[in-house]
Each structure stands twice: as C-alpha cells, then as structure tokens.
Design a protein around this ligand. Structure first.
Ligand code: PLP
Length: 468
C-alpha cells in the first residue's frame, strides 16, 4: 500500500463506516433485539485462517458490517431491558468518532492538552451533577469495575497508613488484615476489586439486608462493633441491580466513621438519581462517604468503556497511582492523568463525556433519568394489570421485578419460559434474576430512546408470550 496519505481511500473507508452505522441506527425501530445468529454461524463467517496478505480495507469494513449484523444484540434499542446497559446519545457517538480519529493517548497533559483540560472540566461538572464534594479527586476509567479498584486502592492506602504502613512500598505482607463489609446484595464487581487489591474474598463480611434490598442498619452496627479493632472498609449501594434500593447513607456513614472505617459507594447507575429533584432524597448523606464509583456508559447514555471514580482523600488517591517516569514531559499546573488512573495509555474518553453534558445540560440529564423511571413504572404497572403476573419489586428508580405464575405452582419454570419467549419474539429483551429464592424477570430501563410506543409494543409482546 502507498505509504503517503491517501485522501480518497481514507474518506471512502470512513464514509462506508458511516453508512453502515446509520443503517444500524435506523434499524433499531424494527430489528430483532435478540441476535439471530448461532455461535456456529458466527464462527463459520469469521473464523478464517489468519490472513497472510492484505486486502482492501473498504471491503473489510463492508464484510464486517455484513457478518456481524445478526450477531449483534439490540441493546442500543429502546426495547432492550436487560442488565443495565444504556444506549448512546447521537452527540456521544459523534464525539466518539472524533475521539477515534484524533487518536489521543491520554496518559498526561503533554500527550493531549485538550483531553486533559476536558477531563478537568468534566470532573468538576460530574461532582456537581452527582452531589459529591467539590474537593474530591477523580479518574476517568473503563467502567464501575475499575472505578471500584481505583477507589478501594485509595482506601487500602489510607487505612494502612494509619497503621504506619506504606502499602505501595511494602505490599500487604505484614499489614493488619483489612475487613470489608459488603451488603448481601452487593454487585460482584466489588468482590473482584477486593481480589485484585490483594485483600481476598475471605476478608469480606456480608451484611444482611431488609426485604426491599437496603442494608440493615442494626446488622451494620453489629458488624462494625465486631471488627472495630482493625482497618475497615464499608461498601454501600446507591441503586441495587434488582430493586434499585438505596442504603441509608447518612446513618451508615456516621456509624462507620465513628469506627474509623472508609465508606465506598457503588452507584454504577443509581448515583444519577442525584440530578432529579424528585429522586435525590434517596441519596441523602451520600456526600459523607469517602469514595464513589459510577458509570458513564449506563444512565448517562455514553458509549461503552466510560466510568468514573471519585475520592474525598485526594492524597490517598494520588499515593495509590502516582508514578514518576524518566521520560515524562511535565507541564506545570496541569493534570497528569496517570497519577490518578489505573490505566497508562488509554483513549480520550473525556470527549464523549464533555459532548453529552454540554448538549444535555443538567435539565436534559434529569429528563432522561426521570423518563427512564417513568417508563420502568409503566412497564411494571402494565404487567401488574395482567392476570398471572406478580410484582416482586415496584420501581423506586429504573429497575423492577416481576414473575409469572403457573397453574401447577412451578412459577420459576413459567417465569423462565415467558422470558425466553419474549426474547425469541425479537420485539423486546428482558433478562432473568433470582430474588429471595424466586426466579424473576428484571425490568431495567436505561436508554434515552425508550418511548411510550416502545412500552406499548413491549407489553403486547409480553401478553403474547404469556398466551403461547
Ligand atoms: C453495572 C454495574 C457495575 C459494574 O459496572 P461496569 O461498568 O460494568 O464495570 C457495578 N455495580 C452496579 C450496581 C452495576 O449496575
């Protein structure tokens, strides 16, 4: 291939990608939500022998779009209600395209001045939107998983420093064991953060929850008393995956801090309720915690691979990740992102964040959050009105739970069957969960696209799935 710049072919390749992307987005109204392709079909298409020779890049893009098409999950659609995934705002897709074209490496200011400043600005905006302390440090990471790792690394540093240990230098050997108090309903990413940071899952003490999903304060008080002698981390939840329930931050933080514990909040999606005047009471006291983790790719409707960590103790955060390099190019009074991030080289995920917040403003973000909650309620109430449906959790925010009742009493099998039939219909997509020992269908509305018409079409698909 010609080594010089080839305008025509570069533009042509990008134009093809644009056409395929628009065709995909246009198809969201009508396409099947569940992928149709089987693993065997996908392997038959993709698993060629390693290409030894070059081929035309435009043709490769066309083939990729064609071969991936029915192997894509329609999670970008307004009728996708599985897990907590979120759609992508058009402005964020556009900023993501620019991010790819600009190809900035965001380790430090010198590598991309614009991104470094955009992250600075967005870090401040995010703290305002989420009601977190203005002085907290932050990191733009891949998702809530790495936000937990980032925040809990700072926790580990700060707690052991009080015992005269510099964990960054000596590691955990010889350090007093850190006890981690986790809600029974915790997200599994917290377990992995604990594993990665060398604390091990044996260090976890599960704390019992109320029937609705929130942590029991009496159980927390007991656990704090029992483990008060050593370093302690308490993880609270802002928005349980199944019920959307919130822990009682104010009393939990007060109690935990009285025992010297570090309080971390998993607010992957639920922290975004802070933008809503109708919902922000759920987060009362959340700013008293020591660290927070949330996602951009869920409720803010950004592309995948965007999460945020915030830490009240900036020094502990910096001590956990700060790194001097011989080849660094220091620019006075600028932010060196690698001193706050677990990643070194990474893409400029600040640009889509900036574009989305600029375009939506606080009002637009509030509108998406409240609309998703309203649609979740409409779905759950629509199902509640159908005979043979039992509501297990009415939405507090955007998730809810129902199950389908069987004449023979095997409600678990009936629930699994209805979920499968809805998925097979292609019209909508829900996933299963287990709640208090019962199989249930999760309703999770996290996409700016989900319209009233999507709710109507989905309820119709559920009615049909229950009949067949
Ligand atoms: C999605 C989710 C996570 C994990 O976030 P990723 O962005 O997938 O790493 C953690 N906690 C909760 C409550 C979640 O919903």
């Amino acid at each position: 291939m010609d080594r010089g710049r080839n305008d025509e072919s570069e533009a042509a390749i990008l134009d093809r990608a644009r056409a395929h992307a628009l065709a995909f987005l246009d198809s969201l109204e009508t396409r099947r939500i569940a992928p149709a392709a089987t693993p065997a079909e996908l392997r038959a298409r993709f698993a060629e022998a390693l290409p030894e020779q070059s081929s035309d890049p435009g043709a490769v893009i066309d083939a990729l779009a064609r071969d991936a098409e029915d192997g894509l999950l329609g999670s970008a659609s307004g009728r996708f209600f599985g897990w907590v995934i979120g759609g992508t705002l058009p402005v964020a897709i556009a900023a993501e395209w620019l991010t790819a074209a600009w190809d900035q490496n965001c380790a430090a200011y010198a590598l991309s001045p614009a991104e470094a400043v955009v992250e600075e600005v967005c870090g401040a905006w995010l703290k305002q939107l989420l009601g977190l302390p203005e002085t907290a440090s932050f990191a733009f990471v891949t998702g809530c998983q790495m936000a937990h790792v980032t925040a809990l690394a700072a926790a580990r540093h700060a707690l052991l420093e009080r015992h005269g240990i510099d964990v960054e230098r000596t590691g955990l050997a010889g350090a007093p064991p850190i006890r981690v108090l986790l809600s029974e309903n915790r997200h599994e990413t917290l377990l992995r953060a604990v594993r990665l940071l060398g604390m091990g899952t044996d260090s976890i003490t599960p704390i019992a929850c109320e029937p609705g999903g929130a942590m029991r304060m009496d159980a927390l008080a007991d656990a704090l008393r029992e483990h008060a002698q050593g370093p302690l981390i308490l993880c609270l939840q802002a928005g349980d995956l199944n019920t959307g329930s919130y822990d009682a931050f104010a009393p939990a933080c007060e109690m935990a801090h009285a025992h010297g514990a570090w309080v971390h909040v998993d607010g992957a999606f639920g922290l975004w309720a802070a933008v809503s005047p109708r919902l922000h009471h759920l987060l009362r006291g959340v700013g008293q915690a020591d660290s927070w983790a949330t996602d951009g790719h869920k409720w803010l409707n950004l592309p995948q691979d965007i999460g945020f960590a915030f830490v009240a103790d900036r020094a502990a955060h910096h001590a956990s990740f700060g790194q001097a390099t011989a080849y660094g190019v220091l620019v006075e009074d600028t932010r060196r992102q690698i001193n706050w991030n677990p990643e070194w080289s990474r893409r400029a995920r600040g640009f889509p964040v900036y574009a989305a917040i600029r375009a939506l403003g606080r009002a637009g973000i509030t509108e998406i959050v409240e609309r998703c909650c309203d649609r979740a309620t409409a779905l759950v109430e629509g199902m509640a009105a159908m005979p043979g449906v039992e509501v297990l959790a009415r939405p507090i925010i955007n998730p809810g739970l129902v199950r389908f009742l069987a004449d023979d009493g095997n409600h678990d099998a009936r629930t699994e069957a209805v979920i499968r039939r809805v998925q097979e219909s292609g019209t909508a997509w829900f996933g299963p969960t287990t709640w208090h020992g019962m199989r249930a269908m999760r309703i999770s509305v996290c996409n700016w696209r989900t319209s009233e018409e999507d709710v109507r079409r989905t309820l119709k698909a559920i009615r049909e799935a229950m009949r067949s």
